[in-house]
Design a protein around this ligand. Structure first.
Ligand SMILES: [Zn+2]
Length: 186
């Protein structure tokens, strides 16, 4: 297992659409291990493979609270098959946009189909944090970021700040220093 670097905006790879996994082989299992190590280290509650530069439709997640035992979940080729008309708002963050948080409205509940690491197909109905996190991560597999769901004005400001930080060669952690990390969705 190895911890990998997490891509940060404005890295254009984050805008790439990931390819479906066609065979769950040793390389996919190794990728998943690296993703968990990277996600736990960050720390984040979710991670999409493209965030470590691998354009495959693989998502890892662990929504366990700090005092609860680990509850790792893997979603291969996850796809939203239904979403509720009812919306819910959650203050989201993203490991690829460090220390920036903004409220995002999304469908409150979704149905998602995916394969597990054994290649078995599942379809689950999710709401609450799981629904938010799944939509956030599935967006990543399609090259979409949570800032695409906020106003253009706010999005432009964030992009500008991170582009400047990149130019100055700063670690992007320095782009925002004044927020308390709480909702590092992934
Ligand atoms: Zn994210």
């Amino acid at each position: 297992m190895a911890k990998r670097d997490i891509l940060i905006i404005p890295d254009t790879r984050l805008r790439q659409k990931s390819a479906a996994v066609t065979a769950i082989d040793a390389s996919v299992r190794a990728l998943v291990e690296d993703m968990f190590e990277t996600m736990y280290e960050a720390p984040g509650i979710g991670l999409a493979a493209i965030q470590i530069g691998v354009a495959a439709r693989v998502v890892t997640m662990d929504l366990a609270k700090k005092d609860e035992p680990k509850a790792p979940q893997v979603f291969i080729n996850p796809e939203v098959t239904w979403s509720s008309d009812e919306q819910a708002t959650y203050e989201e963050g993203c490991l690829s946009i460090p220390d920036y948080y903004e409220e995002v409205a999304r469908p409150k509940a979704v149905k998602v189909k995916f394969l597990d690491l054994e290649g078995k197909a599942h379809e689950i109905e999710a709401d609450g944090l799981l629904a938010t996190c799944l939509q956030h991560e599935i967006d990543h597999t399609n090259g979409v970021l949570f800032i695409d769901h906020i106003s253009k004005l706010k999005r432009d400001m964030v992009m500008k700040k991170f582009k400047k930080a990149q130019k100055r060669g700063e670690t992007t952690r320095d782009a925002y220093k004044d927020d308390t990390p709480e909702h590092q969705i992934g």
